[in-house]
Design a protein around this ligand. Structure first.
Ligand SMILES: *Cc1c(COP(=O)(O)O)cnc(C)c1O
Length: 427
């Protein structure tokens, strides 16, 4: 009897099969070859029939050459750190693709000469915050703070309230980040109360700047007080305000969330913020402030190590100039439209134990703690959670009282059809 393993198609033959060859064109030959070898091994061990090798290879091929997979965020957490924070707008995605090849990021096509890197994004940022004399973009808000410490407080003191020594996440702490530059932290006040006098008494010839950090992922309530930015601005030293979430102007739903324009008007010398939280753009650190100070930051040698790539600049500019980013849509969407979408979905899931329930969404991503956004979810049996999470595309909801909730505030309307089919497949 012939050895059935002889019937297993050879690697070259599988790779030459038209559908496999086409996949190798988009995924890369090495990646596809590795899957072919894995499937041949399984066939040799008798786990797969030799005749099924090509089909199994095609089924096992990933959707893209990178391992990051698209996820429908149905958690109800608008800025979800573990899901990559802000989803980009269609305009930002188009800008990314356009900038992906060779692009005029540092070149003036009209004159054929070198031009200021990222001038379009910087102009958009300046236009969005007219109170800023200068603007600059770095890798993230942590990098913005690092640059402030390096350029404005080398070997000197940064005066900061004990109530604002923030751990950002994943074990990283702003005080450690600042101290790593060699600047010394001068802590003032107490956890719950810090007055402008506490700052004033600590300020001296060694002061580099006063730092005001927005407590973005926790609340200090009860017997509390803090010095206002306006008061600190009168102390005669630069004031750096880390507003965290990146609101450029006040937002009516988030009255306690600081914004760049108001912070500058209150007298902050420099404002730092993230690009991928409430602004809804790519990961970036935004710096706004007095023109001469921002120029010092921009010229510091470390600025080169913290600079952003052309993709970030492209996506940031499109976020600022283009239509409302998904994060802002999720904040501003009406409860009525969420209800309508939920009704339509549940009606489409004939025979599935699905119902529409009220839900409470959150801003998340270290922003607006305690703010509850009224929302609407579809509720499914708990077993759906795992099946949806491991599906293609993945859908991540949350478990509440032994039900799988898919909160529609964080699902974009154009994702409803995807959600509808994903649930059907698990039904
Ligand atoms: C999120 C946050 C940071 C860190 O910002 P990244 O952009 O993640 O580096 C720093 N400070 C505050 C107040 C924040 O909310």
């Amino acid at each position: 009897m012939p050895d059935p393993r002889r019937a297993i198609p050879r690697t070259d033959a599988v790779l030459a099969e038209p559908r496999v060859a086409k996949a190798a064109g988009t995924l890369g030959r090495d990646l596809v070859k590795a899957v072919v070898i894995e499937v041949q091994t399984a066939a040799r061990q008798g786990e797969i029939a030799p005749g099924d090798v090509v089909d199994v290879v095609l089924a096992r091929l990933p959707a893209s050459a990178a391992s990051l997979r698209p996820v429908v965020n149905a958690t109800g957490v608008v800025v979800h750190t573990n899901l990559g924070r802000a989803p980009l707008s269609a305009a930002a995605l188009d800008a990314l693709v356009a900038a992906g090849g060779a692009t005029d990021v540092e070149f003036d096509l009209a004159t054929g000469e070198r031009a200021r890197r990222g001038r379009g994004a910087l102009a958009a940022l300046a236009a969005a915050v007219p109170d800023a004399g200068g603007v600059h973009v770095v890798n993230n808000n942590a990098a913005a703070l690092l640059l402030c410490a390096l350029a404005l407080a080398p070997g000197r003191e940064i005066v900061v309230s004990r109530g604002e020594l923030v751990e950002i996440g994943d074990g990283f702490r702003i005080p450690d980040l600042l101290a790593s530059t060699g600047a010394r932290l001068r802590e003032v006040g107490t956890t719950n109360r810090t007055s402008v006098r506490d700052y004033a008494e600590a300020i001296g010839p060694d002061t580099g700047f006063v730092l005001k950090v927005h407590p973005s992922n926790y609340l200090v309530t009860g017997f509390t007080s803090e010095a206002a930015l306006g008061e600190l601005a009168g102390l005669g030293v630069p004031v750096v305000a880390d507003i965290g979430s990146g609101l450029l102007a006040p937002h009516p739903l988030l009255p306690d969330e600081p914004d760049a324009a108001s912070a500058l008007r209150a007298g902050a010398t420099v404002v730092t913020a993230s690009g991928d939280k409430l602004l809804g753009g790519p990961q970036a650190g935004l710096l706004f402030g007095a023109a001469d100070v921002v120029e010092r930051l921009r010229r510091h040698p470390a600025a080169r190590a913290l600079r952003v790539d052309k993709l970030t600049l492209a996506a940031l500019e499109a976020t600022l100039r283009g239509p409302k980013a998904p994060v802002r849509e999720a904040l501003d969407v009406s409860a009525d439209s969420l209800q309508r979408r939920a009704d339509l979905l549940v009606r489409a899931w004939d025979g599935i134990d699905a119902r529409v329930v009220p839900s409470v969404a959150a801003v998340g991503g270290g922003g607006a703690p305690g703010v509850e956004l009224p929302s609407v979810a579809v509720s499914l049996p708990a077993r759906y959670a795992g099946a949806l999470r491991t599906g293609e595309p993945a859908v991540v909801g949350r478990i509440e009282r032994d039900r799988c909730l898919l909160d529609l505030r964080t699902v974009r309307p154009e994702e409803d059809a995807t959600l509808r089919e994903a649930v059907r497949r698990c039904g």
